[in-house]
Design a protein around this ligand. Structure first.
Ligand SMILES: Cc1cc2nc3c(=O)[nH]c(=O)nc-3n(C[C@H](O)[C@H](O)[C@H](O)COP(=O)(O)O)c2cc1C
Length: 359
């Protein structure tokens, strides 16, 4: 499957070392102002080669809109976008042509399809996430017109937590951390792993602000379920929490229930979702990334002939993928919210009548 979403949906195409990657976004209402510079700025946040905490690969990631817009507005037709691959070093991968890299999708793709593009992981490469970011930028423009905003930042790297959650600080941080006080320790952990030719894991908090009450389609397209689906579909994500997540299973009802006042909830352990439907509070999603599988330490594996091998990787890789993964997580959150907003519009007869008969 290469598509996601029902009313606001997108599909992606392309491989890491092919001609390019791209997406086709469908269901965008006509008349949305499409700001190409914003799409590019979003891609630049994900772009590799920006500092020592990301891979040294330099990719231009220049986006080109091919369809679906006219004079700066969406036309209601599919919006397609392409990003050409420009900095591929396929020879980096010839030594692993027949090898299954531990932690990668090589083994499973080979067994599932019997053929694989080994260059940079082919379709399984996180290069594809650039296309999600482009699609997410369209979703962000749409939800912004309704006052909904999405923020994100690093809450953990190598087990070092960001205790002080300052979303304004994120843009000043090379590692997109939420906590200035934890930043040096988080950076040091990345560089220390890098020196040992190893990698570290990390986690991202995505916050959706000003979402109206009522988003989410029970029982089988619940907001929390689809957010988890969206996040788990991002490369290297191994866990997702809504609100207090796992911690809520270790507490009591008296502590965990969010008391309700006339115009707000006095706490938000639920992470803004009750019964699969948004309750008007901030929607908080924590997304946990495993350590980058490509490390430069000798590893044990097998080849396509089932022969055991010791091998060492070459190439250029992120020491912690959670950092660049944060904008991908934001993008997926925006796409889910855009989809839920459109799905929610037909929920009451009064709303349907208002749409068709209001002058
Ligand atoms: C933004 C982003 C960048 C990534 N960059 C790399 C990378 O440079 N090297 C690498 O080995 N894995 C990278 N990954 C992770 C792999 O793509 C992923 O772990 C691999 O395809 C196996 O899939 P799985 O971890 O989801 O099972 C990246 C992930 C994300 C989200």
């Amino acid at each position: 499957m290469n598509k996601f979403g029902i009313r606001f949906s997108f599909s992606t195409f392309g491989e890491s070392h092919g001609v390019g990657i791209g997406c086709l976004v469908d269901g965008v209402p006509a008349g949305l102002k499409i700001d190409e510079a914003f799409i590019q700025a979003e891609l630049d946040r994900r772009k590799p080669g920006q500092n020592e905490f990301a891979t040294a690969r330099k990719e231009g990631d220049k986006v080109e809109i091919l369809s679906g817009t006219f004079e700066g507005l969406s036309t209601g037709t599919p919006i397609s976008m392409v990003i050409y691959n420009t900095n591929q070093k396929s020879k980096d991968y010839t030594n692993i042509k027949d090898i299954f890299r531990p932690g990668h999708a090589d083994f499973t793709y080979w067994h599932k399809y019997g053929i694989r593009d080994y260059r940079g992981g082919g379709r399984s490469s996180a290069r594809e996430t650039a296309a999600r970011v482009a699609a997410g930028a369209i979703a962000k423009m749409m939800i912004a017109e309704l006052g909904i905003e999405i923020q994100s930042g690093i809450i953990e790297i190598a087990g070092i937590r960001s205790e002080n959650l300052d979303f304004d600080y994120v843009k000043n941080s090379q590692i997109y951390t939420l906590d200035k006080n934890a930043e040096n320790a988080q950076k040091a952990a990345i560089l220390e792993a890098k020196t040992r030719h190893d990698s570290v894991g990390g986690a991202v908090l995505v916050k959706i602000k000003n979402a109206p009450i009522g988003l989410g389609e029970p029982l089988y397209y619940k907001l929390d379920a689809i957010l988890a689906d969206a996040m788990m579909g991002i490369n290297a994500v191994k866990a997702v929490e809504i609100g207090d997540g796992m911690r809520s299973s270790r507490t009591t009802g008296a502590t965990n229930n969010d008391p309700i006042k006339a115009d707000h909830f006095t706490s938000n352990h639920a992470g803004g979702i009750l019964g699969g439907i948004s309750n008007g509070e901030d929607i908080n999603v924590s997304v946990y990334f495993k350590p980058t599988p490509s490390i430069f330490i000798e590893q044990e594996t097998i080849d396509t002939h089932n022969k055991e091998q010791h091998f060492s990787l070459k190439g250029r890789h992120d020491p912690c993928v959670a950092i660049r993964g944060s904008v991908v997580a934001e993008s997926m959150a925006a796409i889910v919210i855009a989809d839920m907003l459109l799905l929610n519009m037909g929920r009451k007869m009064s709303g349907v009548k208002e749409y068709y008969f209001k002058k």
